[in-house]
Design a protein around this ligand. Structure first.
Ligand SMILES: Nc1ncnc2c1ncn2[C@@H]1O[C@H](COP(=O)(O)OP(=O)(O)OP(=O)(O)O)[C@@H](O)[C@H]1O
Length: 309
C-alpha cells in the first residue's frame, strides 16, 4: 500500500490478541494526518488502550503493521518514540510535591534541557502555581501537568488515552483549550481516545470509531456530522399522501413514500417550515408533521448499535 507522505500514524491491517484464540484488534487500518486532532472513539473494552499501547511500542505487534512519521515502528523504535509524548489515563503525580518538582524529576530522568521545565509550565499555563503542591491542584490543573510531562521532550505527536475521562466540566474545558492551543500554535498532531463523542467533539478534526476491535468509521468530523444530518427525518401524513409525495420529491429526496406515511430528510427547521408551506399551498390538509432528529452522540451510539446487530 502506498503511504501518504503527510501521515503521522498509519496502521495497515493491524491485528492483535492477548491470546491466539481471541483476536482483539481486527485489521485495524488507522490513518492520522499531520496537524490533525484525531479522536479515537469507542465503547469501553473496544480496544482503544490496546491500540495506543501498540502505537507506543508497549505491546508488540505480531507483524509489522505500524508506521509512524513514515517509518516502521519495528525498525525505528527509538528515533520514533523520542518524537512522541504520551499520557495514558490519569497522570501519575507526586501529590505531596510541587508541580515544578514533578516536572523536574521527569526532566532529569529524560535528560532534557533545564529550561524545558519553565517552557512547558508556560505552555500549559501553570507558571503561577508551579510552586504549589499538586494535592492543591484542581482536576484540570493536574491533567494539564500530566500533559506538561508529556511535552518535556518537545514531541511532534501527542498520544493521550482518555485525557478528559473523569474530569469535571471545567477540567474538560481547560484540557480542550490546552490541546487546541498546542495544535494551532505549535502544529502538534494529537491522537486521543474517548468513549464519549460529546466530550471531544469540540476539539477533534478527525474521528475513528472502533467497536469490538474493528474500525467502523474513519473520516473528518464534518463527514460524521454529514451522516448525522441525514439522520434528521420529518414524518408526514396528509389528506392525500400520493400527491404530497409527488409534490415533495420535486424538491426533496423523499426517503419513504407510502400511502400512509412519507419521510423526508431535512437539515434545518426552515426546511421543515418550507415543506409545510408547500403542502398547504397545494391545498393538502396536514394530519401529521413530526420531526425526529438525533444529536451527534446518538449517531455515534447508533453506529455501534448497527455494528453489533
Ligand atoms: N493485559 C491484558 N491481558 C488480557 N486481556 C486484556 C489485557 N489488557 C486488556 N485486555 C482486554 O482487552 C479488551 C480491550 O481492552 P482495552 O483496554 O484496549 O479497551 P478500551 O477500548 O481502551 O476500553 P477501556 O476504556 O475500558 O479501557 C478488554 O476486554 C480487556 O479486558
Amino acid at each position: 500500500m502506498e503511504r501518504s507522505p503527510n501521515s503521522i500514524i498509519e496502521t495497515v491491517n493491524l491485528n492483535f490478541g492477548f491470546s491466539e484464540k481471541e483476536p482483539l484488534l481486527k485489521n485495524l487500518s488507522l490513518k492520522v494526518e499531520k496537524g490533525a486532532i484525531y479522536g479515537f472513539l469507542g465503547p469501553n473494552g473496544a480496544g482503544k488502550t490496546t491500540t495506543i499501547r501498540l502505537l507506543l511500542g508497549l505491546l508488540q505487534e505480531p507483524a509489522p503493521s505500524i508506521t509512524l512519521f513514515g517509518n516502521r515502528l519495528t525498525e525505528n523504535r527509538i528515533p520514533i518514540l523520542s518524537r512522541i509524548g504520551s499520557l495514558i489515563e490519569q497522570p501519575s503525580l507526586y501529590e505531596h510535591l510541587s508541580g515544578r518538582d514533578n516536572l523536574e524529576i521527569t526532566r532529569t530522568i529524560r535528560k532534557t534541557a533545564p529550561e524545558r521545565t519553565n517552557e512547558v509550565l508556560a505552555l500549559v499555563k501553570l507558571t503561577d502555581v508551579a510552586h504549589k503542591k499538586v494535592k492543591t491542584y484542581s482536576m484540570g490543573m493536574k491533567q494539564r501537568l500530566g500533559v506538561a510531562l508529556a511535552l518535556l521532550s518537545n514531541p511532534d505527536l501527542l498520544i493521550l488515552d482518555e485525557p478528559v475521562n473523569g474530569l469535571d466540566p471545567a477540567g474538560i474545558i481547560e484540557t480542550r483549550e490546552l490541546l487546541l492551543r498546542l495544535n494551532k500554535e505549535l502544529g502538534m498532531t494529537i491522537f486521543l481516545s474517548s468513549h464519549l463523542l460529546s466530550e471531544i467533539e469540540k476539539m477533534v478534526t478527525h474521528v475513528g470509531i472502533i467497536n469490538k476491535g474493528t474500525l467502523i468509521f474513519q473520516g473528518t468530523l464534518e463527514e460524521l456530522k454529514q451522516i448525522n444530518r441525514n439522520a434528521h427525518i420529518v414524518q408526514i401524513k396528509t389528506s392525500n399522501n400520493l400527491s404530497a409525495g409527488l409534490l415533495l420529491e420535486k424538491k426533496y429526496p423523499v426517503a419513504r413514500k407510502e400511502q400512509h406515511l412519507l419521510e423526508v430528510p431535512f437539515e434545518n427547521k426552515e426546511q421543515v417550515a418550507a415543506i409545510a408551506k408547500l403542502l398547504m399551498a397545494a391545498g393538502l390538509d396536514i394530519y401529521l408533521l413530526a420531526v425526529s432528529g438525533r444529536d451527534i452522540e446518538h449517531t455515534f451510539i447508533n453506529f455501534i448499535a448497527e455494528n453489533n446487530r
